[in-house]
Write a protein that binds this ligand. Structure first.
Ligand code: KG4
Ligand code: ZN
Length: 350
């Protein structure tokens, strides 16, 4: 513990999907963090849950060991262990939760269960002297989630909209697959889109109430378009691939932009943010900056290493939200694969 500032030194563990990640954090500072990605899924064109949990089993001990070494800490220096409680893949969560609680029990340390999607929002507060002002409107876009969250304070983080079907990253990956790009297709699609015409094809925007999103219609529209274009057995030309990529990217960008603009009107935030792996998308980053400039609002996008799944955001979220509250590892703080977005900051115990 850093006595002067009262900041907890935490070991944090994240294993909700296909990355095994560990970090040592002190308050909102990161002493060290590591992510071990799992390439085993690439050849399958998507994440295979059973392979993910086996890879977590293999990786977790070496990753934790290495991150402690990189931070220059030993287990004796820790004030507690933070871990992702959910949502996520059940088998993947189980590995991280069992590891974290067992280690905490053996060391006599408290635990800090963290909601993965709250942590994505709080990634904006990592290592920064200029955190977002409240109310903070954050759009979290990843391969598994698409959410709009309004954070009014540490005790008040409200989910105001989410996807009714596919996540934005899923929409990119599925349409990229239809264009023949390797998995995960989002980054490749982004590259092709750089040289394409976003107005070459028009894909209808989903009509969804309020601040919710829908992306599943897009892949069907792209599927029909590609089928039509290849009906005579021809391959898609490089020009067509670039134009299709740019038009798909534009459809996703435009849907997300419309909801953010609507939330700015309806919720009058003081700052804007983008989190999750899809925050790497060039069109989306540019769009958010333009929306911010137009509305006169500061825009925050964390470094990419804290946008994709990582354990630094888990440790920092535990520190910022716990306010000194600790839980015993003996409590039944089990994995919650479908954990609802918490309306209060307390950990979910079952
Ligand atoms: O948050 P993340 O690393 O992982 C999880 O969802 O767990 O997000 C990965 C997603 C994938 O769908 C990937 O295709 C997408 O982010 N992605 C992108 C870009 N970079 C990553 N999508 C569009 N454009 C990009 N540049
Ligand atoms: Zn995530």
């Amino acid at each position: 513990m850093n006595e002067a500032e009262g900041n907890l030194v935490l070991l944090a563990i994240e294993s909700s999907c296909d990355d095994t990640a560990a970090a040592v954090t002190e308050g909102n500072r990161v002493k060290a963090h590591l992510v071990s990605g799992q390439r085993v899924h690439n050849e399958h064109g998507g994440i295979v849950p059973e392979l993910a949990s086996r890879a977590h089993q293999r990786n977790i001990l070496p990753v934790v060991d290495a991150v402690l070494r990189n931070a220059g800490n030993s287990l004796e220096d820790l004030d507690g262990i933070a871990y992702t409680q959910g949502p996520g893949l059940p088998g993947s969560l189980h590995v991280g939760v069992a590891f974290a609680r067992s280690l905490a029990l053996s060391q006599g340390l408290p635990v800090f269960p963290v909601h993965h999607l709250q942590a994505h929002v709080l990634s904006h507060f990592i290592d920064t002297e200029t955190p977002p002002d409240f109310p903070f409107l954050c759009c979290t876009v990843s391969g598994g989630h698409t959410q709009l969250v309004l954070m009014r304070g540490w005790d008040d983080i409200e989910l105001i909209g989410s996807t009714l079907d596919d996540a934005a990253g899923e929409a990119f990956d599925k349409t990229a697959r239809l264009l023949g790009f390797p998995y995960p297709g989002g980054p490749v699609l982004d590259q092709y889109a750089q040289e394409g015409d976003p107005e070459a094809f028009s894909f209808p925007e989903a009509r969804v109430e309020g601040y919710d999103f829908s992306f599943s219609g897009l892949k069907t529209a792209v599927l029909y378009k590609v089928r039509k274009m290849t009906a005579n057995g021809e391959e898609l030309s490089p020009r067509a691939l670039k134009d299709l990529a740019a038009s798909v990217q534009d459809a996703v960008r435009s849907h997300i932009a419309a909801k953010i603009k609507k939330a700015i009107k309806g919720k009058t935030p003081a700052s804007l943010g983008l989190a999750g792996g899809v925050a790497a998308n060039s069109a989306l980053r540019k769009e958010l900056r333009e929306i911010g400039a137009e509305a006169g609002l500061p825009v925050h996008i964390p470094p990419f290493e804290y946008c994709t799944d990582n354990a630094a955001m888990i440790g920092v979220a535990a520190s910022l939200l716990s306010k000194g509250e600790k839980s015993s590892p003996e409590k039944k703080l089990v994995p919650l694969p479908r954990a609802p977005f918490p309306s209060k900051r307390s950990p979910v115990e079952v």
